[in-house]
Design a protein around this ligand. Structure first.
Ligand code: FMN
Length: 315
């Protein structure tokens, strides 16, 4: 039965899907085929220490982790691999989708999409490392959704294990409608396994995608999994979890994160509260508004934990 279901991949989300989140998510919820790390890149003197810690296999306990590299050329990607290559990861993802203006202006992330020759150069990393496999995560284009069609010859010739497409342009950032038609045109002509990404947050949407696009390899989900962490597990087992099961797993995830950040953040209670409150930007969007406000306004940890307890109880 599970063979008929789409694979679900956890999208990389800088500031959210870090090592404690991924480890606890897999333990408490699961249902995800692979976890993509937020992008790592070569900064002035190498990969940031924080990013190295996030990739360190000793800290990572998920079954399948795909480190994501952001680079504008094969040489730059190689520099990153030089630093993390010794850790034994066999598959990597290349970021061609990040829409932060500072990144895109430098021709990285989705800023590379209008330039097929630069994409071709970046993808040579796969030829240089035949022992590794590479996927790309891209958007339909930077300015225009037709850009992905112009990239097809380059992508189809490259040695790639898959292509994840966030069905928006860079200009759209994270808002506005996903262009499913443009995505489908691309997916039908792409020779690699194609994964859909963008705006999926319910079981019904997953079923509809499966029906609409039977050729999909899978679906990558970001904000939908932050909002409803049980989504992938429920989809995998083919039935919804009851409220008690959902809330008990969520309490577990929340507790793991609170423990982890209380132990590791050095900026005291204020920093801990700020860190924890960021999760509530996405978590349980249907929760009572007043209860959510209480969480966001909490001034100390006891106030915060009490507000979280109440919200989860009322769900
Ligand atoms: C806060 C935030 C951080 C993100 N960080 C990354 C990243 O590091 N690498 C990447 O490829 N995409 C990143 N994305 C994009 C997501 O992976 C995903 O493509 C996008 O959110 C659309 O999917 P969704 O609608 O399922 O969330 C980020 C998105 C958000 C909102």
């Amino acid at each position: 039965m599970t063979d008929e279901r789409l694979k679900i991949y956890m999208a990389p989300m800088q500031g959210y899907t870090d090592v404690p989140f991924r480890n606890s998510f897999e333990k408490r919820f699961g249902g995800v085929e692979a976890y993509y790390t937020p992008f790592v890149r070569w900064e002035r003197e190498g990969v940031r220490r924080k990013d190295m810690r996030d990739l360190n296999p000793e800290a990572n306990r998920v079954t399948r982790l795909v480190p994501q590299i952001m680079a504008g050329s094969a040489d730059e990607a190689d520099a990153v691999l030089g630093q993390i290559g010794g850790w034994g990861y066999k598959e990597f993802d290349l970021n061609m989708g990040c829409a932060f203006p500072v990144v895109a202006k430098k021709g990285k992330g989705c800023g590379i999409l209008p330039y097929p020759e630069r994409v071709e150069d970046l993808l040579r990393i796969a030829e240089r490392h035949p022992e590794l496999s590479f996927s790309v995560k891209m958007r339909l284009g930077y300015d225009d959704p037709s850009e992905c069609m112009a990239l097809l010859p380059v992508l189809n010739q490259a040695r790639l294990s898959g292509v994840v497409v966030h069905a928006r342009t860079g200009r759209q950032q994270y808002k506005g409608d996903c262009d499913r038609e443009a995505f489908a045109r691309f997916a039908r002509e792409c020779v690699h396994p194609v994964v859909y990404n963008g705006g999926v947050s319910t079981l019904d949407e997953l079923d509809a995608l499966r029906g609409e696009m039977p050729y999909l390899d899978g679906v990558m989900i970001g904000r939908g999994l932050l909002a409803s962490p049980w989504l992938a597990a429920e989809y995998r087992c083919g039935t919804g979890w009851d409220k008690e099961r959902r809330m008990s797993a969520l309490r577990g995830l929340h507790g793991d994160l609170l423990d982890h950040y209380a132990r590791t953040l050095e900026g005291g209670e204020k920093q801990l509260l700020t860190r924890m409150k960021t999760f509530w930007e996405y978590l349980c969007p249907d929760a009572d508004r007043k209860a959510r406000k209480k969480i966001l306004k909490a001034r100390n940890v006891p106030e915060y934990t009490q507000a979280v307890f109440r919200l989860l109880q009322e769900m």
